[in-house]
Design a protein around this ligand. Structure first.
Ligand code: G6P
Length: 486
């Protein structure tokens, strides 16, 4: 059973059999959807609109159980606590987090509703896999009610260093919530380390490598017979495994799409529509302040200004899909990005050759793959990102072994994709140098790097990720050497 804030589909309009749905935005759904299509099980989540109630239904072979949210809850739990408190706090306070007690109230109430929805359908000993920062209290709620359940939690976004995390007025409650799980998964080694440090600082629990010993007296009520037996043998009563499980994509699906003649033809057509620039650069992001969109535009604008290339020679396509538009920081970012696009285009466009092709729209996967195939250089310049699946999608789509990935060292993907051109997006000169390096890179070097990147992404796909997580979850003995990192 998967429990996440969003279902894989968002409700657009209509009711009953007339209801119209579209694929939900973001990396979480992109990663989990192929996993759930291959397995039995249900997915519990919000259908993406306030005040709509739906009976459980099936979409693309996945059983869905919708959890309704009122308009007030969308404002306080989703836009407020999830996306204006936790999101900026967990992303290095790039934007200042807001702390409001009424948002915290709503967060607790809605977490309880998700937990209750799972409890209502969980068979004895069911595996419940809870996802992401919106639902961090759910693991403990499940464990308190049903110690028989096997509970996993995966955090798709970074977990911040203690100096930042400790700002949160409810920092203990969140850690308690997460420690209800048997396995708490993170994207990077650093995230798991930050979590273990927070646990030590706030609770004083002992940690050994990836294991956290949650003390007996505080967990008495939740003890199962299995745990009691362990206690008699003098072992820690309850161990929680907290370790990285870097998420990935359905790499085969991207390879298949990239081989589709229609999509390949579309890739050619895209280049023609753009006036056959010598170099096509691409950015694909939700319009989010964590993604470093302004930084990459600044570097690009300066290169035009310096005369390193013209807008006829090099085109930048920036897809910025609309996201969390009612949260102030997002509305403000949109204004800033759009002013920047207008300025750069005003100053440097040539007739028929705008500097930046800015698209504030979402696109189907087929069009994305065509764009990936068309792009000579992919720009991923996040200031902080849990993983960044766009980087992996680009690599998996490049069946021709060509193309250059510029990748921020602050994205989780940088731990694995070492043959990308790694950049610090705050260093605009460094970013400019990487863009020039990418544009001038000889084909041999491009292909050597891309082959190595592809090897990694194709062998570490999302199917492997979920199998590794679920293996760790069902393996009772977390001390088992098989739980060690590969
Ligand atoms: C990130 C988060 C997901 C979230 C997605 C889209 O990938 O990790 O939990 O669903 O962004 O954001 P949204 O607020 O639209 O769900």
């Amino acid at each position: 059973m998967i429990v996440s804030n969003r279902l894989p589909v968002d409700h657009v309009s209509g009711k009953g059999t007339d209801a119209v749905w579209r694929t939900s935005p973001g990396g979480l759904v992109a990663a989990l959807e192929p996993v759930m299509r291959e397995r039995d099980g249900v997915w519990i989540g919000w259908p993406g609109m306030p005040d709509v109630e739906f009976e459980p239904f099936e979409a693309d072979g996945i059983d869905l159980i919708p959890v309704p949210l009122s308009a007030d809850e969308v404002e306080n739990y989703y836009e407020g606590f999830s996306n204006d408190t936790l999101w900026p706090l967990y992303h290095d306070v790039i934007s200042p987090p807001s702390y409001h007690r009424e948002w915290w109230e709503a967060y607790q109430r809605v977490n309880r509703r998700f937990a209750d929805a799972a409890l209502a359908v969980a068979a004895p000993n069911a595996i419940v896999w809870v996802h992401d920062y919106q639902l961090q209290l759910v693991p403990k709620m499940l464990r308190d009610a049903r110690p028989d359940l096997i509970i996993g939690f995966f955090n798709h976004i970074p977990f911040p260093p203690y100096g930042i995390y400790s700002q949160l007025p409810w920092r203990r409650q969140i850690i308690d919530g997460l420690l209800g799980a048997d396995v708490v998964g993170f994207q990077r080694v650093a995230d798991a380390g930050n979590f273990a440090r927070a646990v030590r600082r706030l609770h004083g629990y002992e940690t050994r490598g990836n294991l956290i010993n949650v003390r007996l007296e505080e967990t008495q009520a939740e003890m199962t017979l299995r745990h009691q037996a362990k206690a008699r043998r003098g072992q820690p009563v309850r161990t929680v495994l907290a370790r990285p499980f870097p998420i990935s994509i359905d790499a085969q699906q991207f390879q298949r799409l990239a081989a589709d003649p229609k999509i390949r033809a579309r890739a050619k057509e895209i280049r023609e529509e753009l006036g056959n620039p010598r170099v096509l650069m691409l950015g694909v992001d939700r319009l989010d302040y964590t993604k470093g969109i302004r930084h990459r535009m600044k570097a690009f604008g300066e290169l035009l200004e310096d005369g390193v290339f013209t807008s006829e020679e090099v085109a930048l396509v920036q897809v910025a899909s609309p996201s969390r538009e009612r949260v102030d920081a997002y509305a403000q970012l949109r204004d800033e990005v759009e002013i920047m696009v207008s300025r750069i285009n005003g100053d440097f466009s040539q007739l028929g050759h705008p500097g930046i092709h800015y698209l504030h729209q979402g696109y189907p996967r087929e069009e994305m793959v065509a764009l990936y195939l068309a792009a000579d250089v992919m720009l991923v310049t996040a200031l902080r990102d849990g993983m960044n699946l766009v980087a992996k999608e680009y690599v998996a789509s490049r069946t021709d072994q060509d193309g250059v990935l510029i990748l921020s060292e602050f994205a989780g993907a940088a731990d694995e994709l070492r043959q990308a051109l790694l950049v610090n997006p705050h260093d605009i000169d460094g970013l400019k140098a990487a863009i020039v390096h990418a544009i001038r890179m000889p084909q041999r070097e491009r292909m050597r790097r891309m082959r190595a990147l592809r090897k990694r992404v194709l062998s570490h796909d999302v199917q492997r990720w979920s199998a590794t997580f679920l293996d760790a979850l069902v393996r009772e003995d977390h001390n088992d050497p098989a739980n060690r990192l590969d």
